[in-house]
Design a protein around this ligand. Structure first.
Ligand code: MEZ
Length: 526
């Protein structure tokens, strides 16, 4: 049936849905739902990692292959450095920019290398806001408890405490730099409520919060004497003979040459792994999200945490084909948008945690209550016009201008018609183990943002990622700069790569992929 015909049920059932009772799950029922439908629990998608710091642990096959992958750098590479700095930051998204700015503010000589252009990252694609406990009704403790509950109590308490406590000062820093957060008519900062949160605490810039934050951070980086190398992808770290990190090898994507950077400390902020399309999922992630930092840190011997858990954002676009996997912000559900199945029914509290909402959508689709597109995809409706019906005409356009524009390109008016959605691979819950200052287990190697793990437990709450980037970007930048002051530049070797290769051979691993992959498998290579 034509998609417009299928949409009619959403308009027809709008009134009756207002009084519909939603399922209320006990903790045990939530657990059962997640185990049955959440992609994290599909056993066949997982296998043990064969060697290295996480040997024997289960992860998805795509990540296992990446971690066990072959370094693209030959053992005999000439390691004469083209650049020598105090702090090398790898990654030009929110965490990388925050780290570079704070390291620079400490007086360090900083080089920021990024695979694409400065700002090309998941940060610019973050739509719905940054969580900060700033209202009188709220507190960092409440923020801590919500996040812990959302993360199934598996969050690192120390990291989490630091993040929630430093939220307000991060918000102030961003405001001082010029980020234009939304305000009420009286000029006070406006806060919204996200899924799994007991209080409204999201600071927003319409539905382009990450883009606005990056606009300001990018300007700030460009305005400082921070050396910037764009289209320079890190492909290997360097180590001294004692295993401490001493720099990195970059590939200049323009001329394919390898460029050696000597650094007293290195901060990895390369983001997540959406573009590995684990389990065949589409992704909301940007083109460069191929887990480069995880692969490089793993070869150095860094321990990874929670490598078996990923976030599938409930509402990725499921129609039209050109938008498959693109994010449809949780902000729409925060403002009351209903999720609706083919029968015109709501089937979940739309503001439950993402793992519960995604599992419920997958259940509806697997049990025949999804909507099937002409290309054979299934999804459920997100009733976007409801916001105009409930809050007055123009609400969707005013609060979600980026989303309206995104769909308009394909002839879809989301102020008039609902959008079809299905979970999309959004975030890696785990990552490199760090301490509260972003220090990994490898000396002089720091990690910030999505590349790090432990903070979010087994399910991240909306808006906690932007806060994570800013808090741990700041902490890693400040600490890496301070540490660089007190140590000499270490020797540049590839000893750890040689060890890793020997380990791979000893475990019978050969002929795998080259990692980092830098771009998704379907990318045009030349
Ligand atoms: O933190 C996120 O993942 C986020 C804000 C996403 C969204 O739905 O807008």
């Amino acid at each position: 049936m034509d998609i417009h015909e299928l949409q009619k049920i959403v308009h027809k059932t709008r009134d009756s849905r207002r009084t519909q009772t939603l399922p209320k799950y006990s903790p045990a029922e939530r657990d059962t739902l997640i185990k049955k439908y959440h992609p994290d629990h599909r056993e066949s998608a997982y296998r043990p990692i064969k060697f290295g710091a996480n040997a024997g642990e289960l992860t998805v096959r795509e990540l296992a292959a990446l971690l066990e992958g072959e370094s693209p750098v030959p053992d005999d590479l000439d390691l004469t450095p083209a650049h020598t700095v105090d702090v090398l930051v790898i990654g030009g998204g929110g965490a990388g920019c925050a780290a570079a700015l704070h390291a620079y503010a400490q007086g360090a000589k900083v080089l920021l290398a990024t695979k694409l252009r400065l700002g090309d990252s998941n940060t610019v694609m973050a739509q719905g806001g940054i969580q900060v406990a700033i209202t009188n009704e709220d507190s960092p403790i409440q923020h801590f408890l919500d996040t812990l509950k959302g993360g199934h109590m598996k969050n690192d308490h120390e990291l989490l405490k630091v993040m929630v406590e430093e939220g307000p000062s991060v918000a102030k820093w961003l405001l001082d730099l010029g980020v234009l957060f939304d305000r009420d008519s009286d000029g006070n900062l406006h806060v919204k409520k996200g899924g799994g949160s007991s209080k409204p605490r999201l600071l927003t810039c319409s539905d382009y919060t990450g883009l606005e934050i990056m606009r300001v951070l990018k300007d700030e980086v460009l305005n400082q004497k921070i050396q910037l190398l764009e289209f320079s992808a890190a492909v290997e770290l360097l180590s001294d003979r004692g295993g401490a990190c001493t720099g990195a090898v970059l590939r200049d994507l323009d001329n394919k040459r390898l460029v050696v950077v000597a650094a007293k400390t290195v901060i990895l902020a390369t983001g997540g792994i959406g573009r590995l399309h684990i389990q065949g999922f589409p992704t909301s992630n940007h083109y460069g999200a191929t887990g480069d930092g995880l692969a490089m840190a793993y070869r150095m011997g860094a321990k990874l945490l929670q490598v078996d858990t990923f976030q599938y954002h409930p509402t990725g676009a499921a129609y039209p084909e050109q938008l498959i996997g693109a994010l449809v912000t949780e902000g729409i559900r925060s403002e009351g948008g209903h999720l609706v199945n083919a029968r015109g029914e709501r089937f979940v509290n739309e503001l439950d945690t993402r793992d519960v909402v995604s599992s419920s959508i997958i259940r509806e689709c697997e049990e025949g209550r999804g909507i099937r597109t002409m290309t054979g995809r299934t999804g459920v409706w997100l009733d976007t016009p409801l916001l105009d019906v409930e809050q007055g005409p123009g609400t969707v356009e005013k609060h979600f201008p980026a989303m309206v524009r995104q769909y308009k390109r394909y002839g879809i008016d989301i102020t008039k018609d609902p959008v079809l959605t299905y979970p999309t691979l959004h975030y890696q819950n785990g990552g490199v183990q760090i301490d509260v200052n972003g220090k990994s287990g490898v000396r002089n190697l720091f990690v910030a943002g999505e590349t790090s793990g432990g903070l979010h437990g087994r399910n991240r709450l909306m808006g906690n990622s932007l806060l994570d980037l800013m808090v741990f970007g700041r902490r890693s930048g400040t600490t890496a700069a301070a540490q660089a002051k007190s140590i000499p530049q270490g020797e540049l070797t590839l000893e750890h790569v040689k060890r890793f290769r020997a380990d791979a051979r000893a475990h019978g691993v050969s002929g795998g992929i080259t990692s980092p992959m830098l771009f998704p498998a379907y990318a045009k290579k030349e």
